[in-house]
Design a protein around this ligand. Structure first.
Ligand code: ADP
Length: 471
């Protein structure tokens, strides 16, 4: 509607402008030709004697397409070809006559004939003799032809204008309907998703690029919403499952212990077992807390220079005795003076987790290699074992929460809850780094951590700071 109103206004303004310019030009031409003709006969009259006047006026009237009148200064009509037209043309003509006589100037007026059928343009020009106005010449010319032309122009303009408004109105309506159609679908789908139907997607196959992009982005948003909702659901289910098992065991053991009195030794033994279970639950709850903090952006990360080479050597030292007890060889290849910006405790936790995992899966008499090298502006840390390796299908999900590549083995042999690698990934990403795994089944696994070196990258501390603020 607005579109049509704007178009109508433009058409009216354009029509009015065309009309005024054109009509002014046409009427100016009429006036000019009347003026030239009046001037030629007036100068003829002014030069000749009175008794030749009617001859000259007759001659002139023969060639003039209109009315010719000569009115004396006293108001008496001295010559008229058709006195009905101008003589009784009304007040306008009388006024023009008076003005031409008194001001001794040429006056133009437009008037209608008595029958109001004819539009006449009239010129009143004074005739002088001895510096006195002795008569007024009136020439009247019909402008019906011009009026007719303008009438035709109005009609044509009106019809064309209406037609163009009709066409653009229909086209605008069709376009608006087509553009708004997908909006209805978007609204109903968004409502359905909001109401809980997370599997709903937009089907719209519209041509318009803007709507296509909108549909694509909304579908992507619905997908993300669904997957994050599912992940949340899985996470809650997994977390309660992980805690339910040790709680069930604990409850069972306490019930059995209470059935009949036991020796102090037995009680001590039982309480020690319970403590183990409680410690395992405590570890899971602590890990969950760390992940929840990281999700909420509350993970407190210090931002200080960390001597990575020293840190790796210290963590390795802690493991040496444990490894030796199990006849596992620890091979170290750590480049000196590697420095990164970040949180010493958190980085230590990552390396600790990875070394522990390697130890858990390494067979006796095998070698675990811990290496750290600088490459470009990165410190590349690798922890490689000669264990069973990880099947390709598990590698992509290994860093997910509660994910275990080998459920049975992990649980029976005192494995964790599957949160260790998820925490490692969160910590490394908060340091703007990367963690990945390379493994071939039966040949061992290699975990790779990439961190930016602070010495080669002065902007790193700034980037880390802004990252921590955003997480
Ligand atoms: P968990 O606490 O159960 O060890 P992680 O998140 O540390 O959890 O590890 C997830 C899973 O990845 C483990 O259950 C295991 O199946 C697999 N995994 C981790 N490290 C290794 C490794 N070095 N060799 C083989 N499998 C591994």
């Amino acid at each position: 509607m607005l579109y049509i109103v704007v178009e109508l206004s433009i058409l009216i303004i354009a029509g009015a402008l065309i009309y005024f310019t054109l009509s002014k030009q046409v009427y100016d031409e009429v006036d000019e030709s009347l003026y030239l003709q009046a001037q030629s006969i007036v100068s003829e009259l002014e030069r000749s004697r009175f008794h030749y006047w009617s001859f000259h006026l007759n001659e002139f009237a023969k060639h003039f397409h209109g009315t010719v009148q000569l009115i004396g200064a006293n108001g008496v009509i001295q010559f008229a070809t058709n006195s009905n037209l101008i003589g009784k043309g009304g007040n306008e003509v009388s006024k023009a006559l008076g003005k031409a006589r008194d001001d001794e100037s040429t006056v133009f007026i437009s008037t209608l004939s008595l029958l109001r059928k004819d539009n006449i343009r009239v010129i009143a020009m004074p005739v002088h003799r001895d510096n006195h106005v002795i008569a007024i010449l009136l020439l009247g010319r019909s402008t019906n032809e011009i009026q007719g032309f303008f009438k035709w122009l109005y009609l044509l303009g009106g019809v064309l204008g209406l037609l163009s408004m009709l066409i653009s109105g229909v086209a605008g309506y069709v376009m608006a309907r087509r553009a708004l159609k997908p909006i209805n679908e978007i609204t109903s789908t968004a409502r359905a998703v909001a109401a809980g139907d997370l599997t709903r997607r937009l089907q719209s196959k519209v041509q318009d690029k803007e709507i296509r992009v909108l549909v694509k982005s909304l579908n992507k948003m619905f997908e993300d919403l669904e997957s994050s909702f599912m992940a949340q659901k899985r996470f809650t289910a997994d977390a309660s499952h992980e805690l339910r098992i040790p709680l069930t065991i604990l409850k069972g053991e306490v019930e059995v212990a209470l059935r009949h009195p036991r020796s102090e030794q037995d009680y001590k033994q039982l309480l020690k077992q319970h403590l183990d279970i409680i410690e395992r639950m405590q570890r899971i709850v602590n890990d969950l807390l760390t992940l929840a903090r990281a999700d909420a952006g509350l993970l407190e990360l210090a931002q200080e220079p960390v001597d990575l080479s020293l840190l790796l050597q210290e963590v390795a030292q802690h493991h040496l005795i444990l490894f030796a007890d199990h006849h596992i060889n620890l091979n170290m290849d750590i480049q000196d003076h590697l420095e990164v910006m970040g949180d010493q405790n958190h980085i230590e936790r990552v390396i600790f987790n990875l070394l522990n995992n390697a130890f858990k899966y390494a067979p006796e008499l095998s070698t675990i290699t811990l290496s750290a090298q600088a490459k470009d502006d990165l410190a590349i840390i690798t922890i490689q074992d000669e264990g069973p390796g990880i099947a390709k299908e598990h590698q992509a999900r290994l860093f997910d929460r509660f994910y275990r590549a080998d459920e049975a083995r992990a649980r029976n042999e005192g494995g964790g809850a599957g949160l260790g690698l998820a925490i490692c990934k969160r910590i490394i990403e908060a340091h703007n780094g990367e963690i990945s795994v390379e493994s071939t089944e039966g040949e061992g696994s290699k975990f790779i951590v990439r961190l930016s070196l602070s010495s080669t990258n002065p902007e790193f501390s700034q980037r880390l700071h802004s990252l921590i603020e955003h997480t």
